[in-house]
Design a binder for this molecule. Structure first.
Ligand code: MRU
Length: 383
């Protein structure tokens, strides 16, 4: 059975998410009943990954709209009231995390859907629910297509494929882009799944992905779960690995791809792209077209989220609860180990921007884009 970060049942609408703060130690689902529940879960990273954030947010509003709890008479009685409510709640949800564009993109599309419905409050809610549920179903299909296109592109274009790699290739990935970061299958990890299922993968290396350890906690969990041959490395081992082993491609996800191809993704992606370039390793970004932001011209316009310093100074795990009070974390079931000197200042940008020049291919559900002679990815062809 594949891992599921998002459990949604349509009749009656109910939503639960896998608490990713507790993985890999415990698999616990928590209910999401309101937009506030979703906002807090996203902000605290109970759910994370650009597509998963978007889907949880829009489905939370489905649950809220259909439960009837807390909806004022105005919302229930007129189409205009229902439309205004949907707009207001989506605007609120979009503020939860700033860098990934998928949620803002979903919110814009859903606003267009409700704006086009002139009937009654009930039909406005119906149109919203249909469109939000379709986004959930589409995400899995899109990821499977990304997986297929990405595997094909890498097999055709990587320079590695002989000797040690006979019968398949080895790849490196960063952060978590799998079933846990999406509605299912994954983007970069979807490509790895596709390579594996086609018997074209010899090995996957996954980075630990400090400071939040999405690689060691989540990607490693998915790779072990799916029995994909894999090895965990710390982030600082990537150059050494690429100099000593034949790696066909570094495959990463995206939180926002600017119109020119510059890509914001988990902190550490940029340095992997530089190292890949130096070693002649293909650098592939895997992302649905909902991660492409044609309104943002280049990476310098992307807002980068900065997160609390305690994510850097504290490692969570079933270790000890002694430091919990000091660091002010919610540590009901997991402990914490403080690894830094008290009082040190911390720099903790959650994402960085990889310039397009370092990217070989951007793989979407509609196909792979590569740069033309002028260095242009031509991403507008996807819209
Ligand atoms: O801070 P996170 O864990 O939400 O960051 C996730 C990433 O950077 C992923 O690579 C990206 O969202 C793509 S997930 C398919």
């Amino acid at each position: 059975m594949s891992l599921q970060a998002i459990l949604y049942t349509p009749t009656p609408p109910a939503l639960q998410i896998l608490d990713q703060l507790k993985l890999p130690h415990e698999s616990v689902y928590v209910p999401i009943r309101t937009c506030e529940d979703a906002y807090n879960a996203i902000k605290r990273m109970v759910v994370r990954g650009a597509p998963a954030i978007a889907i949880v947010a829009v489905l939370a509003l489905v649950v809220e709209l259909t439960s009837g709890e807390g909806l004022s008479g105005e919302v229930k009685e007129s189409a205009g009231g229902a439309r205004a409510y949907v707009h207001r709640r989506l605007d609120y949800l979009v503020q939860s995390r700033p860098t990934a564009v998928n949620l803002a993109d979903a919110a814009e599309k859903l606003k267009v859907v409700v704006n086009a419905e002139a009937g009654s409050a009930e039909t406005v809610v119906e149109r919203y629910v249909e469109a939000a549920e379709k986004m959930l179903a589409d995400d899995v299909k899109d990821n499977e297509n990304i997986g297929r296109f990405g595997a094909e592109w890498i097999l055709e274009n990587s320079e590695v494929g002989n000797g040690e790699e006979k019968g398949g290739i080895a790849v490196l990935t960063h952060c978590n882009t799998g079933s846990l970061a999406t509605a299912g299958y994954g983007t970069a990890l979807g490509i790895i799944r596709s390579l594996h299922s086609g018997s074209n993968l010899t090995h996957t290396y996954c980075t630990e992905t400090r400071p939040y350890n999405q690689g060691s906690r989540l990607t490693a969990f998915e790779l072990v779960h799916d029995k994909i041959p894999a090895t965990l490395i710390t982030d600082s081992m990537a150059s050494s690995l690429m100099s000593l082993k034949s790696i066909a491609a570094v495959i990463v996800g995206a939180d926002r791809v600017a119109a020119n191809g510059d890509t914001a993704n988990k902190i550490g992606t940029y340095q992997l792209a530089i190292v890949a370039k130096y070693h002649g390793v293909k650098f592939v970004v895997a992302a649905p077209t909902t991660s492409i932001d044609m309104k943002t011209a280049s990476g310098k316009d992307i807002v980068i989220e900065h997160r609390p310093g305690k994510e850097v100074t504290v490692i969570r795990g079933p270790l000890s609860k002694n430091d919990a009070a000091d660091v002010g974390m919610d540590l009901e079931t997991v402990g914490a180990l403080v690894t830094a000197a008290r009082g040190i200042d911390v720099y903790n940008p959650s994402f960085d921007v990889t310039p397009k020049d370092l990217i070989d291919a951007i793989v979407t559900e509609k196909g792979a884009a590569v740069k033309d002679a002028g260095g242009d990815f031509g991403l507008s062809r996807f819209f």
